[in-house]
Design a protein around this ligand. Structure first.
Ligand SMILES: [Zn+2]
Length: 175
């Protein structure tokens, strides 16, 4: 099973493709990536995908690449969210204020809405650029697209709810 950082990196390589999925879809892609026996195999698959396809792969495309015994291995995890790794994913909106940056955790719905707004604006800007309207395209990107150095959505691992202990025990007032 592959580590999260490797899978995150490979997922990020797909983010420019058509139909890049929302939070739940990304989670399913990551689960499929984690089943790869070696990081090198996953990297090679993503590289070849990027050369030949313009849309994001579906989890089934990834599972189809696995050796037969990995495909049919029954998965029995105690926690279906993190597959017992103890790590889940959350989206954070990072905003730069000069040198400083702040990071706010987003709900899956908020992250999806922001991604969608970004992708729509990106597509409109691309259309303008194709029509030769480069200034308009640039302005639109500046106004409505997420950009490194100003505002960006980051997906980052967080402790899974299955590993978070309950509320801290209230000790009786001491003497
Ligand atoms: Zn868990």
């Amino acid at each position: 099973m592959l580590d999260q950082i490797t899978c995150d990196e490979q997922l990020a390589r797909l983010s420019g493709l058509d139909y890049f999925p929302s939070a739940n879809g990304r989670k399913n892609l990551l689960l499929a990536m984690r089943e790869f026996p070696e990081a090198e195999k996953l990297r090679a698959f993503i590289t070849s995908w990027l050369r030949h396809e313009t849309h994001t792969p579906k989890p089934a495309d990834l599972y189809a690449e696995l050796p037969p015994h990995e495909q049919h291995q029954p998965l029995s995890y105690r926690c279906a969210i993190c597959c017992d790794s103890g790590l889940d994913y959350a989206d954070f909106l990072v905003t730069w204020h000069g040198e400083r940056k702040t990071s706010v955790r987003l709900t899956a719905e908020q992250a999806d809405a922001l991604w969608e707004r970004h992708c729509t604006a990106q597509a409109e800007a691309d259309a303008l650029a194709r029509a030769g309207k480069f200034v308009e395209a640039n302005n639109l990107r500046k106004d409505r697209c997420l950009q490194l150095g100003t505002q960006m959505i980051y997906e980052r691992s967080v402790p899974c709810t299955c590993r978070q202990s309950g509320p801290p025990v209230q000790l009786p007032p001491g003497k």
